[in-house]
Design a protein around this ligand. Sequence first.
Ligand code: IPM
Ligand code: MN
Length: 330
Amino acid sequence: MSHKVGVIGGDGIGPEVIKEGLKVIEAAGVNLEIHDYDLGGERYLRDGVVLPDSVLDEWRALDVLYLGAVGTPDVPPGLIERGLLLKMRFDLDLYINLRPFVVAKSENNEGHDFMVIRENTEGAYAGEGGFLRKGTPHEVATQGSVNTRHGVERCIRYAFELANSREKKHLTLVHKTNVLTFAGDLWGRTFQAVAEEYPSVETSYNHVDAACIYFVENPQRYDVIVTDNLFGDILTDLGGAISGGIGLASSANLNPERTSPSMFEPVHGSAPDIVGTGKANPTAAILSGALMLDFLMEDEAARRIERACADPKTQNGSTSEIGDAIAAQV
Ligand code: IPM
Ligand code: MN
């Protein structure tokens, strides 16, 4: 059987790392029917197109989407992020952003893995706010955070299901309930309520600032973390930094009910400073490909790819050399 994949290489190093990801998936023996889409900052600069509704409609007929990175220095900040990436997350209702991390064994650290479940369709990313008297000495800018019971609950429930399926069965809510007393209260109450349905899952709570210290000093305390959109964005960059660097950090934007195609992308950006140099590590994109295969029920191929990526022997050389080494091992 072949899976229908929409491929958006995007800008900068995006196409370079996606090429390696597709190479590795092919080497793993999984058949993909590839539909290529030329979208991103470069495309916008060429003809003003960001994400036509007709493309979104085409995507609905696909199984999954595989994205490299989007963003070009000459495009105003937010235009491609909001118009393409966030539009995909919102319009396709990809409400779970799953980001796994592997902390390597070290002197004072037993090596372990943990996952962050980031709410992906609400919070500060919903774009609530605006200007008043913009450009005058009395200007006002507001930026809200949208938290719905429905949105928070489905995210928390997904995290409980995930934690329940893992060996440690531990779930930590990360928020800032001492200051964000409205949103924090909703998250806290919803977490308590859903916890009752999962008596076998052990739970805890950390403020986000404290979580930053624990990420660096004691990440072993974590198994699954659930948090809001903006905290999850920041915390997962830190997660990348403590687990081998952002060049290894993978992510899945999931619609768990499969009413639209889920999207898989490395956490890193388009890194225009190193484009064409062969310095980009394709491992984050390749591991995002493994998450994609997991979602497509190709677990066995996904495990082989993860094992090859974890082998330090595959982690030397240029973008294509790393891709070749991983492809050879799977
Ligand atoms: C990420 C990125 C995006 C985000 C940007 C590019 C809009 O940083 O996927 O973490 O903030 O979600
Ligand atoms: Mn980010």
